[in-house]
Design a protein around this ligand. Structure first.
Ligand SMILES: [Mn+2]
Length: 417
């Protein structure tokens, strides 16, 4: 037996930050969530899966018109022709109360109700799927707690949209404990909501497949669904990549760049690498240029020019294949500490006194002692850091941080005077 588990399709969700500029592959980006769903159906047909599970957020929100629903219905029909059922729940984005329009789906579509958890048994396969849709967007109850007991003799699957115990960047909806899921007696938990793929438990398998298509610069890396094969009651899960546009963050270290052209060349080389890693997909990239650099003044005097030079480099690497979502020029001025420390002004005196602290073990120890005194006055719950932030090494690192931050700011001011 074989099934496909996907979640968070967010059909017709706009890719955030989509800017038009000459050469930007705008249409490809716009249709990305639909093309990814077509890839999903293609995979199901090629693998001849027995059924498909969709764990919520099929839609990004209420449909603007019926075209989103018609598209989804057409994809479900492709699966119906191969007699593949699609079992699905609603999540926070497509909760029952948020959707004002309705379209009857093909009869291989099985939507779980939102008023209580229910069980659908696929007789021929000996599979029982338990699920409950979100009635409203912000479900605060532990839905998993009331899921039915496993059906004896069947392969039991829990289908659920949930944050489990919470994940950074995701609202804490339908919270539950991993122990509740693992202890339910089910053979597989098909979760949705968290957009990063994560296998929370191996025995039984508890899986977030991640979303089908990244939607913004923080959803980087390969996106897709989980293909599950069950042999003798034992399930194995494998990620299958289905996205059509790949998000990447391109960090460019400008500290060795002599000028802004070097920065563009460095970014270009990184874009080539990232594009090669996408396996023929389009690339949506955020470029972040950092580091104390001799190119700093040039970049900051003409930021529009260099932003567009970076866009042009991307278009040159792959016409209509790379879209630059944003360019952050976050360089610092080059810091030549020897010259600054020799200066007779206040800046030079400040740097020299920082170096005196750094190079004098007695002064560092004095700081450690006075920080330890402060730390002792903290309530115990604030003293739980595993690495003592008031230790000798931490204080030395802090002094170096002060130097770096202070001087990049001070010298930036000078450069703009
Ligand atoms: Mn989602």
């Amino acid at each position: 037996m074989k099934f496909l588990h996907a979640a968070d399709l967010h059909l017709d969700s706009p890719l955030r930050g989509l800017e038009r500029y000459e050469g930007a592959p705008v249409e490809q980006l716009r249709g990305a969530s639909r093309r990814a769903m077509e890839n999903l159906v293609d995979l199901c047909l090629a693998e001849a899966v027995d059924f498909v599970l969709l764990a919520g957020d099929l839609y990004d929100g209420d449909w603007k018109d019926y075209s989103t629903a018609l598209f989804f219905a057409a994809q479900v029909s492709r699966l119906r022709q191969a007699e593949i059922p699609v079992l699905w729940v609603r999540g926070n984005h497509d909760a029952a109360s948020r959707m004002t329009k309705h379209l009857r789906l093909p009869d291989n579509s099985v939507e779980f109700p939102s008023n209580q958890p229910t069980t659908r048994v696929l007789d021929q396969l000996g599979v029982a799927v338990h699920g409950q849709s979100f009635a409203t967007a912000a479900v605060q109850d532990d839905l998993a707690a009331t899921y039915p007991e496993p059906v004896a003799g069947a392969f039991n699957i829990g289908l659920l949209h949930t944050s489990v115990t919470g994940r950074p960047g995701h609202a804490p909806y339908a919270p539950c404990r991993l122990e509740t899921l693992a202890g339910k007696g089910y053979d597989y938990w098909a979760l949705g909501h968290v957009h990063a793929r994560e296998v929370l438990c191996e025995q039984p398998l508890v899986v977030f497949p991640g979303n089908l298509q990244g939607r913004h610069a923080r959803e980087t890396g390969a996106k897709g669904a989980t293909l599950v094969e069950v042999d003798d009651g034992k399930a194995t899960a494998a990620h299958r990549t289905l996205d059509v546009v790949r998000w990447a963050r391109i960090d460019v270290d400008a500290s060795d760049c002599a000028n802004a052209d070097d920065v563009v060349d460095g970014a270009r080389a990184r874009l080539e690498d990232e594009l090669a890693a996408t396996g023929g997909r389009s690339l949506a990239a955020r470029i972040v240029v950092r580091g104390g650099s001799a190119a700093h003044a040039e970049l900051h005097n003409q930021p529009e020019r260099w932003r567009n030079a970076l866009r042009a480099a991307a278009t040159d690497v792959e016409p209509e294949g790379i879209w630059i979502e944003r360019v952050e020029l976050a360089t610092d001025p080059p810091v030549d500490t020897a010259t600054i420390a020799a200066r007779e002004d206040a800046v030079g005196a400040l740097l020299r006194s920082l170096h005196q602290v750094r190079d004098d073990p007695d002064r560092v120890e004095a700081m450690v002692a006075s920080l330890a005194e402060l730390r002792a006055k903290l309530p115990p719950e604030l003293r739980t850091e595993p690495n003592d932030p008031t230790g000798h090494d931490a204080v030395l690192a802090a002094v170096e941080d002060v130097e770096r931050l202070l001087f990049s700011q001070l010298l930036d001011e000078e450069a703009h005077e």
